[in-house]
Design a protein around this ligand. Structure first.
Ligand code: PGA
Length: 248
C-alpha cells in the first residue's frame, strides 16, 4: 500500500503571528503516526522548521529554481532549501503553470534538480474545466505526468509524490467526486506502473482541490487516493488537525 499524506499548501498566506497561532494549536494535539507536511512561504520555512521539535510535521517549499546558484534574481535554490533541512518541494502547481507560465520542460528540470538534492518533489498535474469538457482529461493529465517524469530515475517509492489537482476544483469549493478523482488516479497509477514497474504500485498519489474535513474520508476510501494536497482548509489549525486525523 502507498503511504497516506496530508500536505498543506499555504500559498501566499499566513503571516508570522498567524503561523505562531497555528503551531500553538497543533502542539496541543497528539498527531503522531502519520505523514503531515506543510509548505509555507519561503521566508517562513526556517521558523516553521524550528517549530517541528514540538509538532511532528515536515516542512517544504512551494516552488524552487532549477539551478543551484548564480545570477537568477529573485529565485530560490534547491541547494539552499536542502541546507535549511527542508523536506520537500511542490512543483508544477497549476498556479505556477498558469500565472507564471511554467512549461512541462521547466517542471521536469526542477524535478530532476530537487531529486539530486534528496528532497521529495510533489509533482502536480491536472486539467482545466475546458479540457475536461472537451474529453481531454486523461490526455492532459497523463501527458503532464510523462513530461514531468521524463528521464527521471527513482531510488524508492518514497522518492516522489504525485498530486492530481483538477484546476476547476482548486479554491472553488467544487471538489471532484471521489469517483471522478479515482477514475483519474487509477489511470495515473497505471502510467506509474508502466514507467516504474518495481515502484509504481507504491508511489503515493494525492488528490487536491477543495479538500476539507467533510470530504476527506470519502476520498480516502478510494484505493488510489493516498491523501490530500490542501490549500484553503490547511490554513485553519482545527481543519488541518481534522484532516490529519482522518488519515491515521
Ligand atoms: P484548495 O487548494 O484546497 O484551496 O482548493 C488546493 C491547492 O491548490 O493545492
Amino acid at each position: 500500500m502507498a503511504k497516506s499524506y496530508i500536505v498543506g499548501n499555504w500559498k501566499m498566506n499566513q503571516n508570522r503571528h498567524e503561523l505562531n497561532e497555528f503551531f500553538g494549536e497543533l502542539e496541543k494535539e497528539a498527531l503522531e503516526g502519520g505523514n503531515f507536511w506543510i509548505a509555507p512561504q519561503f521566508i517562513h520555512i526556517q521558523s516553521c522548521i524550528e517549530k517541528t521539535n514540538k509538532v511532528p510535521l515536515k516542512i517544504g517549499a512551494q516552488n524552487c529554481s532549477n539551478n543551484d546558484s548564480g545570477a537568477f534574481t529573485g529565485e530560490v535554490s534547491p541547494k539552499s532549501l536542502k541546507d535549511l533541512e527542508t523536506s520537500f518541494v511542490i512543483l508544477g502547481h497549476s498556479e505556477r503553470r498558469s500565472i507564471f507560465a511554467e512549461s512541462d520542460e521547466l517542471i521536469n528540470s526542477k524535478v530532476q534538480k530537487v531529486l539530486e538534492h534528496k528532497l521529495t518533489p510533489i509533482l502536480c498535474i491536472g486539467e482545466t474545466l475546458e479540457q475536461r469538457e472537451a474529453n481531454q482529461t486523461m490526455d492532459v493529465v497523463l501527458g503532464q505526468l510523462s513530461s514531468g517524469l521524463k528521464g527521471i530515475e527513482l531510488d524508492s517509492e518514497d522518492s516522489i509524490i504525485v498530486a492530481y489537482e483538477p484546476v476547476w476544483a482548486i479554491g472553488t469549493g467544487k471538489t471532484a467526486s471521489p469517483e471522478q478523482a479515482e477514475e483519474v488516479h487509477s489511470h495515473i497509477r497505471q502510467k506509474l506502473k508502466e514507467l516504474y514497474p518495481e515502484l509504481g504500485e507504491q508511489i503515493s498519489i494525492l488528490y487536491g482541490g477543495s479538500v476539507k474535513p467533510s470530504n476527506i474520508k470519502d476520498l480516502l476510501e478510494k484505493p488510489n487516493i493516498n491523501g490530500g494536497l490542501v490549500g484553503g482548509a490547511s490554513l485553519k489549525a482545527q481543519d488541518f488537525i481534522a484532516l490529519c486525523k482522518a488519515t491515521i
